[in-house]
Design a protein around this ligand. Sequence first.
Ligand code: SAH
Length: 262
Amino acid sequence: MSAATRAGWVTLVGAGPGDPELLTLKAVRAIERATVLLVDELVSDGVLAFAAADARIVHVGKRGGCASTPQAFIDKLMAAEALKGEHVVRLKGGDPFIFGRGGEEAERLRAQGIEVEVVNGITSGLAAASALGVPLTHREHAHGIIFVTGHARADANADATPLHWPTLGAAAAQGLTLVIYMGVAAIDTLQSGLLASLPAATPAAVVQHASLPQQRLLRCPLGELAREVEAQRIGSPAIVIVGDVLRGVSSLSQQVGIERAA
Ligand code: SAH
């Protein structure tokens, strides 16, 4: 093991969907002992309250309308601080390995001989389902779940197969609940693609700011999804859920305040 490897390490911590109560104990301990924290846009301030008073907190998301920090800079800073012996915590919304580029960051750090630990977080797709009172794998309605991004990578490799919504619709028709991240920006495409293989009456829902005080819920048939998202002005960050598991849970949904969508 080289000296560099022993000098420091990075803990990639899942900050969960927003509510600090949903942090794991491991996450809290890592945040408390961190001397440097690199924080993504979707990490709530309540989570940062666990950081030591003298810890250095670097926001690398698009907070306050500023452009986000280039990934290369984040990688460099993490590596440099770790090699100096700092306790670096990289805080990412939800789970670091669900659409958070955590995998790419870990690979690049390990390639430089820096140890990387990963602490799971509750992914926002699961928090969104709980907010709706929806058991995602209710055995009367679903065989499983598909976590999918509605956002095509701008720099996607030309060979990568673009997402084919009609195929995902066909999977939903087979009882696979769709949990769609980053879907509201392309809600029209998503809706029309899914309608190629699903009835317009298929239940759909959107949860914005899951688990946070400003959480908003929307439930409507798939055929009205794009119109409702626009009418209710639901924007990012939001999770879209499509599937029969959304049937028959209205009593649960009322308990969690579905009227907040209005
Ligand atoms: N690693 C994160 C996902 C990062 S991708 C996780 O596991 O949750 C960013 C997307 O996550 C957002 O565009 C949105 O779709 C979703 N997201 C993150 N936090 C959210 C929240 N509190 N409520 C709803 N969606 C959220």
